[in-house]
Design a protein around this ligand. Structure first.
Ligand code: DON
Length: 289
């Protein structure tokens, strides 16, 4: 690709080893047709792209009102790792920023027959339509360096809004971030949300239609952090970015779309992914308006 765009992240050292030239794109339609270009089969970790799907699991288990007691659904207008906690209550702004995602993960039930992370991995796998696994090296790398997220968890715990030990809850969150996918997997996951919770590849109803709609709404308003408004204005699709270079967008009742390209802009968004989805939206008229 030649031209150098964006920066590989280095606060999770293992992610700085990614190939800066890798690029993959995949689209899956509501009838399960798969379209792809470039390295759509290249593996990478989900990072923040996991957040909407774990939010979907929390909504499925607890319902919207109970989840909203713990995590709000307002855009923070701040970076993904900011201390985005409501001044009066300490409640995280939304489930797309780290603070909210740490709480969302902690809300997933943890029982002897179904440990919290097993439930999360099972749910992510159903969204993808195949069994996913964890990149242990990326997980270990984030455990070794994740003091900011641990600090966020302790802050939230101090307000009484984290139902689990801070270190344990952040470790489960890091594991979910280290789940390995491809652009094709992410397109299937986004397509499942776009298809009212039914995976168009497997036909499985992964979550209820109302839950899929709730998740897409929060992706539309909060999924791109402090550039969510500009993204919805220009690209016009609910979306979610991740610092390993994954980016998903969903066209409700139309398609799931995903890109992979590791170099990021300062907001933690894949530069090429943003350009590719922006260009596709414009050329194919994908904007929801
Ligand atoms: O918690 C973190 O900092 C990372 N595991 C995920 C952050 C992320 O992907 C932000 N998105 N663009």
């Amino acid at each position: 690709m030649g031209e150098k765009v964006g920066q590989l992240i280095d606060y999770i050292p293992q992610l700085a080893l990614a190939d800066p030239d890798a690029f993959g794109l995949a689209l899956i339609s509501m009838d399960g047709h798969r379209y792809s270009a470039g390295e759509a089969d290249a593996p990478f970790t989900m990072q923040s792209v996991s957040k909407p799907f774990v939010y979907a699991l929390a909504l499925s288990v607890l319902g919207l009102d109970e989840v909203c007691r713990w995590v709000n659904a307002e855009p923070s207008g701040e970076a993904f790792n900011a201390i985005s906690l409501e001044r009066a209550t300490g409640r995280p702004a939304n489930a797309m920023v780290n603070a909210g995602a740490i709480v969302t993960t902690a809300l997933i039930p943890d029982t002897a027959d179904a440990p919290r992370f097993d439930r999360i991995l099972d749910c992510l796998s159903r969204f993808a339509g195949r069994q996913l696994d964890v990149d242990e090296a990326v997980y270990a790398s984030e455990v070794a360096t994740g003091d900011r997220n641990r600090a966020l968890a302790y802050l939230i715990r101090s307000t009484g809004l984290l139902p689990v030990d801070p270190v344990a809850s952040v470790e489960t969150y890091f594991r979910q971030c280290a789940v390995r996918v491809t652009a094709l997997d992410l397109a299937a996951m986004a397509a499942t949300l776009a298809h009212g919770g039914v995976n168009p590849l497997t036909g499985e109803a992964v979550v209820e239609k109302a839950v899929a709609a709730q998740v897409l709404a929060v992706m539309a308003t909060c999924g791109m952090y402090d550039v969510s408004g500009d993204w919805l204005l220009r690209v016009g699709l609910p979306a979610k970015s991740g610092v390993s270079g994954g980016l998903i967008a969903a066209g409700p009742a139309r398609f799931g779309l995903a890109t992979y390209s590791p170099p990021l802009d300062p907001t933690g968004t894949s530069v090429r992914g943003r350009r590719a989805l922006g260009a596709l939206s414009e050329r194919l008229g994908l904007h929801l308006m």
